[in-house]
Design a protein around this ligand. Structure first.
Ligand SMILES: Cc1ncc(COP(=O)(O)O)c(C=O)c1O
Length: 365
Protein backbone atom coordinates (compact mmCIF):
# COMPACT_ATOMS: atom_id res chain seq x y z
CA UNK A 1 0.00 0.00 0.00
CA UNK A 2 1.39 3.39 -0.95
CA UNK A 3 2.26 6.09 1.53
CA UNK A 4 1.63 4.00 4.60
CA UNK A 5 2.87 5.23 7.96
CA UNK A 6 4.85 2.55 9.77
CA UNK A 7 4.58 1.99 13.44
CA UNK A 8 7.51 0.22 14.93
CA UNK A 9 8.59 -1.04 18.29
CA UNK A 10 10.60 0.86 20.84
CA UNK A 11 14.19 1.87 20.39
CA UNK A 12 16.65 -0.94 20.82
CA UNK A 13 19.99 0.56 21.61
CA UNK A 14 22.96 -1.61 22.58
CA UNK A 15 24.65 0.95 24.76
CA UNK A 16 24.51 4.71 24.64
CA UNK A 17 27.57 4.90 26.84
CA UNK A 18 29.92 3.05 24.52
CA UNK A 19 31.41 5.41 21.99
CA UNK A 20 34.54 3.59 20.91
CA UNK A 21 34.74 0.30 19.09
CA UNK A 22 36.79 -1.71 16.71
CA UNK A 23 35.19 -2.22 13.37
CA UNK A 24 35.93 -3.56 9.97
CA UNK A 25 35.26 -1.20 7.11
CA UNK A 26 34.47 -3.02 3.89
CA UNK A 27 33.63 -0.46 1.21
CA UNK A 28 31.12 -1.98 -1.20
CA UNK A 29 32.75 -0.67 -4.34
CA UNK A 30 36.26 0.04 -3.05
CA UNK A 31 39.27 -1.71 -1.62
CA UNK A 32 38.84 -3.62 1.62
CA UNK A 33 40.74 -2.27 4.56
CA UNK A 34 40.92 -2.75 8.27
CA UNK A 35 40.45 0.33 10.39
CA UNK A 36 40.50 0.82 14.09
CA UNK A 37 37.91 3.49 14.68
CA UNK A 38 37.43 5.31 17.88
CA UNK A 39 34.27 7.28 17.29
CA UNK A 40 35.21 10.04 19.64
CA UNK A 41 35.31 13.78 19.55
CA UNK A 42 39.11 13.67 19.60
CA UNK A 43 39.07 12.08 16.18
CA UNK A 44 35.97 13.61 14.63
CA UNK A 45 34.11 16.91 14.86
CA UNK A 46 31.13 15.33 16.67
CA UNK A 47 30.19 12.14 18.49
CA UNK A 48 27.23 10.30 19.99
CA UNK A 49 27.26 12.56 23.09
CA UNK A 50 27.06 15.77 21.07
CA UNK A 51 24.29 14.19 18.95
CA UNK A 52 22.32 13.17 22.04
CA UNK A 53 22.76 16.65 23.48
CA UNK A 54 21.50 18.08 20.20
CA UNK A 55 18.47 15.79 20.35
CA UNK A 56 17.46 17.17 23.75
CA UNK A 57 18.19 20.76 22.72
CA UNK A 58 16.16 20.77 19.49
CA UNK A 59 13.27 18.52 20.53
CA UNK A 60 10.86 21.39 21.39
CA UNK A 61 11.41 23.03 18.01
CA UNK A 62 11.32 20.26 15.42
CA UNK A 63 8.99 17.53 14.17
CA UNK A 64 9.64 13.85 14.70
CA UNK A 65 9.18 12.96 11.04
CA UNK A 66 7.34 9.81 9.95
CA UNK A 67 8.86 6.74 8.34
CA UNK A 68 6.85 5.80 5.25
CA UNK A 69 6.71 2.52 3.41
CA UNK A 70 5.27 1.32 0.13
CA UNK A 71 4.71 -2.27 -0.95
CA UNK A 72 4.98 -1.13 -4.58
CA UNK A 73 8.44 0.34 -4.04
CA UNK A 74 9.47 -2.71 -1.99
CA UNK A 75 8.51 -4.87 -4.96
CA UNK A 76 10.25 -2.59 -7.45
CA UNK A 77 13.50 -2.59 -5.46
CA UNK A 78 13.34 -6.15 -4.16
CA UNK A 79 14.06 -4.77 -0.67
CA UNK A 80 12.13 -3.46 2.30
CA UNK A 81 12.43 0.31 2.21
CA UNK A 82 11.92 2.73 5.11
CA UNK A 83 11.58 6.35 4.01
CA UNK A 84 12.60 8.78 6.75
CA UNK A 85 10.54 11.69 5.54
CA UNK A 86 12.41 14.86 6.42
CA UNK A 87 10.54 16.72 3.69
CA UNK A 88 7.80 17.00 6.34
CA UNK A 89 10.30 18.65 8.70
CA UNK A 90 9.82 22.32 9.68
CA UNK A 91 11.03 24.44 6.79
CA UNK A 92 10.59 21.47 4.45
CA UNK A 93 14.02 19.88 5.00
CA UNK A 94 16.24 18.27 7.64
CA UNK A 95 18.37 21.43 7.89
CA UNK A 96 16.36 22.88 10.78
CA UNK A 97 17.91 20.22 13.05
CA UNK A 98 21.47 21.51 12.68
CA UNK A 99 20.37 25.14 12.51
CA UNK A 100 18.34 24.89 15.74
CA UNK A 101 21.15 23.07 17.50
CA UNK A 102 23.62 25.79 16.52
CA UNK A 103 21.33 28.75 17.27
CA UNK A 104 20.19 27.41 20.64
CA UNK A 105 23.80 26.57 21.63
CA UNK A 106 24.78 30.25 21.51
CA UNK A 107 25.04 32.13 24.77
CA UNK A 108 22.84 35.21 25.14
CA UNK A 109 25.61 37.69 24.34
CA UNK A 110 26.52 35.86 21.13
CA UNK A 111 22.89 35.37 20.14
CA UNK A 112 22.08 39.06 20.63
CA UNK A 113 24.29 39.90 17.65
CA UNK A 114 22.46 37.49 15.36
CA UNK A 115 23.67 34.83 12.96
CA UNK A 116 24.93 34.93 9.40
CA UNK A 117 25.43 32.40 6.64
CA UNK A 118 25.83 32.20 2.89
CA UNK A 119 23.68 29.58 1.25
CA UNK A 120 21.51 29.16 -1.82
CA UNK A 121 19.27 26.60 -0.27
CA UNK A 122 17.68 24.83 2.62
CA UNK A 123 20.26 25.84 5.25
CA UNK A 124 19.49 29.50 4.59
CA UNK A 125 15.77 29.04 5.26
CA UNK A 126 16.42 26.78 8.24
CA UNK A 127 18.75 29.31 9.83
CA UNK A 128 16.23 32.10 9.30
CA UNK A 129 13.57 29.95 10.96
CA UNK A 130 15.79 28.91 13.87
CA UNK A 131 16.82 32.52 14.48
CA UNK A 132 13.17 33.53 14.34
CA UNK A 133 12.33 30.89 16.98
CA UNK A 134 15.03 32.33 19.24
CA UNK A 135 14.00 35.91 18.45
CA UNK A 136 17.34 37.00 16.98
CA UNK A 137 18.47 38.40 13.63
CA UNK A 138 19.51 36.18 10.71
CA UNK A 139 21.59 37.72 7.91
CA UNK A 140 21.45 35.45 4.89
CA UNK A 141 23.80 36.00 1.96
CA UNK A 142 22.12 34.51 -1.09
CA UNK A 143 23.63 34.15 -4.56
CA UNK A 144 21.56 35.69 -7.35
CA UNK A 145 21.03 32.27 -9.00
CA UNK A 146 19.38 30.66 -5.92
CA UNK A 147 16.10 28.77 -6.46
CA UNK A 148 13.13 31.12 -6.07
CA UNK A 149 11.21 28.98 -3.58
CA UNK A 150 14.23 28.71 -1.28
CA UNK A 151 14.68 32.51 -1.28
CA UNK A 152 10.97 32.91 -0.52
CA UNK A 153 11.35 30.54 2.43
CA UNK A 154 14.15 32.71 3.87
CA UNK A 155 11.95 35.78 3.61
CA UNK A 156 8.92 33.95 4.99
CA UNK A 157 10.87 33.10 8.14
CA UNK A 158 12.06 36.69 8.62
CA UNK A 159 15.66 36.33 7.38
CA UNK A 160 17.38 39.48 6.11
CA UNK A 161 18.48 38.76 2.56
CA UNK A 162 21.79 40.17 1.31
CA UNK A 163 22.44 39.38 -2.35
CA UNK A 164 25.80 38.26 -3.72
CA UNK A 165 27.08 37.10 -7.08
CA UNK A 166 26.86 33.35 -7.74
CA UNK A 167 30.57 32.65 -7.16
CA UNK A 168 31.81 31.22 -3.87
CA UNK A 169 34.30 34.10 -3.69
CA UNK A 170 31.49 36.68 -3.84
CA UNK A 171 29.39 34.73 -1.31
CA UNK A 172 32.29 34.53 1.14
CA UNK A 173 33.41 38.15 0.78
CA UNK A 174 29.82 39.41 1.18
CA UNK A 175 29.36 37.26 4.30
CA UNK A 176 32.70 38.55 5.68
CA UNK A 177 31.47 42.13 5.22
CA UNK A 178 28.21 41.37 7.04
CA UNK A 179 30.16 39.71 9.86
CA UNK A 180 32.35 42.77 10.24
CA UNK A 181 29.42 45.15 10.28
CA UNK A 182 27.15 43.18 12.64
CA UNK A 183 29.41 41.02 14.82
CA UNK A 184 26.96 38.17 14.12
CA UNK A 185 28.02 34.52 14.45
CA UNK A 186 28.86 32.73 11.19
CA UNK A 187 27.11 29.36 10.90
CA UNK A 188 28.42 27.17 8.11
CA UNK A 189 25.88 24.88 6.37
CA UNK A 190 27.77 21.66 7.13
CA UNK A 191 31.37 22.12 8.28
CA UNK A 192 30.46 22.74 11.92
CA UNK A 193 30.24 20.45 14.96
CA UNK A 194 26.84 21.85 16.00
CA UNK A 195 25.38 21.37 12.53
CA UNK A 196 26.75 17.81 12.15
CA UNK A 197 25.40 16.90 15.60
CA UNK A 198 21.94 18.28 14.83
CA UNK A 199 21.69 16.36 11.55
CA UNK A 200 22.82 13.18 13.36
CA UNK A 201 19.58 13.16 15.35
CA UNK A 202 17.81 11.79 12.26
CA UNK A 203 19.64 8.49 12.73
CA UNK A 204 18.57 8.30 16.39
CA UNK A 205 14.94 8.69 15.35
CA UNK A 206 15.16 6.35 12.37
CA UNK A 207 16.71 3.51 14.36
CA UNK A 208 14.04 3.93 17.01
CA UNK A 209 11.24 3.89 14.43
CA UNK A 210 12.72 1.11 12.29
CA UNK A 211 15.19 -0.91 14.38
CA UNK A 212 15.42 -3.59 11.69
CA UNK A 213 17.25 -1.24 9.30
CA UNK A 214 20.62 -2.73 8.24
CA UNK A 215 21.58 -0.10 5.65
CA UNK A 216 21.04 3.65 5.51
CA UNK A 217 21.23 5.61 2.26
CA UNK A 218 21.83 9.33 2.64
CA UNK A 219 22.14 12.17 0.10
CA UNK A 220 25.58 13.79 0.23
CA UNK A 221 26.76 17.29 -0.61
CA UNK A 222 28.94 19.03 1.99
CA UNK A 223 28.57 15.92 4.13
CA UNK A 224 27.02 17.35 7.31
CA UNK A 225 23.96 15.14 7.07
CA UNK A 226 25.73 11.87 6.41
CA UNK A 227 28.51 12.64 8.91
CA UNK A 228 26.06 13.11 11.76
CA UNK A 229 24.00 10.11 10.73
CA UNK A 230 27.02 7.82 10.31
CA UNK A 231 28.43 8.82 13.71
CA UNK A 232 25.09 8.17 15.41
CA UNK A 233 24.14 5.00 13.55
CA UNK A 234 27.53 3.31 13.86
CA UNK A 235 27.79 4.18 17.54
CA UNK A 236 24.48 2.40 18.10
CA UNK A 237 25.14 -0.48 15.71
CA UNK A 238 28.64 -0.76 14.21
CA UNK A 239 27.39 -3.30 11.66
CA UNK A 240 25.02 -0.86 9.99
CA UNK A 241 26.02 0.11 6.44
CA UNK A 242 25.96 3.82 5.64
CA UNK A 243 25.95 4.60 1.94
CA UNK A 244 26.06 8.03 0.31
CA UNK A 245 23.96 8.87 -2.74
CA UNK A 246 25.56 11.50 -4.97
CA UNK A 247 24.81 13.03 -8.40
CA UNK A 248 27.30 12.04 -11.12
CA UNK A 249 27.56 15.72 -12.03
CA UNK A 250 28.78 16.67 -8.52
CA UNK A 251 30.64 13.52 -7.49
CA UNK A 252 33.40 14.97 -5.31
CA UNK A 253 32.66 12.51 -2.48
CA UNK A 254 32.99 9.48 -4.78
CA UNK A 255 36.19 10.88 -6.23
CA UNK A 256 37.55 11.78 -2.80
CA UNK A 257 36.87 8.26 -1.46
CA UNK A 258 38.56 6.72 -4.49
CA UNK A 259 41.60 9.02 -4.21
CA UNK A 260 41.85 8.82 -0.40
CA UNK A 261 42.00 12.61 -0.23
CA UNK A 262 39.54 15.47 -0.44
CA UNK A 263 38.87 16.52 -4.03
CA UNK A 264 37.28 19.84 -4.96
CA UNK A 265 35.70 19.88 -8.43
CA UNK A 266 36.15 22.82 -10.83
CA UNK A 267 32.40 22.86 -11.55
CA UNK A 268 29.21 20.87 -11.00
CA UNK A 269 26.16 20.14 -13.11
CA UNK A 270 23.05 18.49 -11.68
CA UNK A 271 19.35 19.13 -11.20
CA UNK A 272 19.83 18.34 -7.50
CA UNK A 273 20.53 21.93 -6.42
CA UNK A 274 21.05 20.94 -2.78
CA UNK A 275 23.89 18.59 -3.68
CA UNK A 276 26.38 20.88 -5.42
CA UNK A 277 28.66 21.69 -2.46
CA UNK A 278 31.95 19.93 -1.61
CA UNK A 279 33.06 18.05 1.49
CA UNK A 280 34.62 20.19 4.21
CA UNK A 281 37.70 19.53 6.30
CA UNK A 282 35.51 18.43 9.25
CA UNK A 283 33.13 16.23 7.26
CA UNK A 284 35.74 14.57 5.03
CA UNK A 285 37.45 12.47 7.78
CA UNK A 286 34.04 11.13 8.86
CA UNK A 287 33.00 10.34 5.29
CA UNK A 288 36.41 8.79 4.63
CA UNK A 289 36.24 6.45 7.64
CA UNK A 290 32.56 5.79 8.33
CA UNK A 291 30.74 5.97 5.02
CA UNK A 292 30.93 2.50 3.50
CA UNK A 293 30.49 3.64 -0.05
CA UNK A 294 29.16 6.24 -2.44
CA UNK A 295 26.65 5.41 -5.18
CA UNK A 296 26.51 7.94 -7.99
CA UNK A 297 23.41 8.38 -10.12
CA UNK A 298 22.75 10.62 -13.11
CA UNK A 299 20.05 13.27 -13.38
CA UNK A 300 17.77 10.97 -15.37
CA UNK A 301 17.76 8.46 -12.50
CA UNK A 302 17.21 11.26 -9.96
CA UNK A 303 14.23 12.64 -11.90
CA UNK A 304 12.74 9.15 -12.30
CA UNK A 305 13.03 8.56 -8.53
CA UNK A 306 11.48 11.97 -7.83
CA UNK A 307 8.54 11.00 -10.05
CA UNK A 308 8.12 7.70 -8.20
CA UNK A 309 7.99 9.57 -4.90
CA UNK A 310 5.14 11.72 -6.23
CA UNK A 311 3.26 8.94 -7.98
CA UNK A 312 3.65 6.09 -5.49
CA UNK A 313 4.61 7.53 -2.10
CA UNK A 314 2.51 10.68 -2.74
CA UNK A 315 5.15 12.97 -1.30
CA UNK A 316 6.36 16.31 -2.72
CA UNK A 317 10.10 15.67 -2.59
CA UNK A 318 12.83 17.74 -4.27
CA UNK A 319 15.36 15.97 -6.53
CA UNK A 320 18.13 16.23 -3.89
CA UNK A 321 15.78 14.51 -1.48
CA UNK A 322 14.84 11.68 -3.84
CA UNK A 323 18.39 10.65 -4.72
CA UNK A 324 18.46 7.87 -2.11
CA UNK A 325 15.66 6.06 -3.91
CA UNK A 326 17.49 6.59 -7.21
CA UNK A 327 20.56 4.93 -5.68
CA UNK A 328 18.59 1.91 -4.42
CA UNK A 329 17.06 1.38 -7.86
CA UNK A 330 20.33 1.94 -9.76
CA UNK A 331 22.16 -0.79 -11.64
CA UNK A 332 25.43 -0.01 -9.87
CA UNK A 333 23.82 -0.90 -6.55
CA UNK A 334 22.01 -3.97 -7.87
CA UNK A 335 25.12 -5.37 -9.56
CA UNK A 336 27.25 -5.13 -6.47
CA UNK A 337 28.04 -8.13 -4.27
CA UNK A 338 26.96 -6.28 -1.11
CA UNK A 339 23.45 -5.77 -2.53
CA UNK A 340 22.27 -9.16 -1.28
CA UNK A 341 23.17 -8.20 2.32
CA UNK A 342 21.19 -4.95 2.26
CA UNK A 343 17.67 -6.06 3.09
CA UNK A 344 16.08 -3.41 5.26
CA UNK A 345 17.10 -0.08 3.83
CA UNK A 346 16.48 3.31 5.45
CA UNK A 347 16.33 6.09 2.87
CA UNK A 348 16.45 9.74 3.89
CA UNK A 349 13.97 11.83 1.88
CA UNK A 350 15.89 14.93 2.89
CA UNK A 351 13.79 17.80 1.60
CA UNK A 352 10.85 19.02 -0.43
CA UNK A 353 11.64 22.57 -1.50
CA UNK A 354 11.52 22.95 -5.25
CA UNK A 355 10.25 25.49 -7.78
CA UNK A 356 7.32 23.62 -9.31
CA UNK A 357 8.03 25.04 -12.78
CA UNK A 358 11.55 23.60 -12.71
CA UNK A 359 10.26 20.23 -11.55
CA UNK A 360 7.51 20.16 -14.15
CA UNK A 361 10.01 20.96 -16.94
CA UNK A 362 12.30 18.16 -15.75
CA UNK A 363 9.41 15.65 -15.79
CA UNK A 364 8.62 16.59 -19.39
CA UNK A 365 12.16 15.93 -20.64
C1 LIG B 1 17.49 18.49 0.40
C2 LIG B 1 18.94 18.29 0.73
N1 LIG B 1 19.39 17.03 0.88
C3 LIG B 1 20.68 16.78 1.18
C4 LIG B 1 21.59 17.81 1.35
C5 LIG B 1 23.01 17.47 1.66
O1 LIG B 1 23.40 17.85 2.95
P1 LIG B 1 24.93 18.00 3.31
O2 LIG B 1 25.43 19.26 2.63
O3 LIG B 1 24.96 18.12 4.78
O4 LIG B 1 25.63 16.80 2.78
C6 LIG B 1 21.17 19.14 1.22
C7 LIG B 1 22.09 20.25 1.40
O5 LIG B 1 21.80 21.40 1.17
C8 LIG B 1 19.80 19.39 0.91
O6 LIG B 1 19.32 20.65 0.77
Amino acid sequence: MAGQFCTFGSFQCASWGTIGFKRRVAPIFGVKMELENQISEEKYAADISSIKEAETRIKPFIHKTPVLSSESLNTLSGKRLFFKSELFQKGGAFKIRGACNAVFSLDDAQAAKGVVTHSSGNHAAALALAANLRGIAAYIVIPKNAPKCKVENVMRYGGQVIWSEATMQSRESTAAKVLQETGAVLLHPYNDRRIISGQGTIALELLEQAPQVDTIIVPISGGGLISGMALAAKSINPAIRVIAAEPTGANDAAQSKAAGKRIILPHTNTIADGLRAFLGDLTWPIVRDLVDDVITVDDKEIIEATKLCYEILKVAVEPSGAIGLAAVLSDSFKNNLAWKDCNHIGIVLSGGNIDLGVLWDSFKK
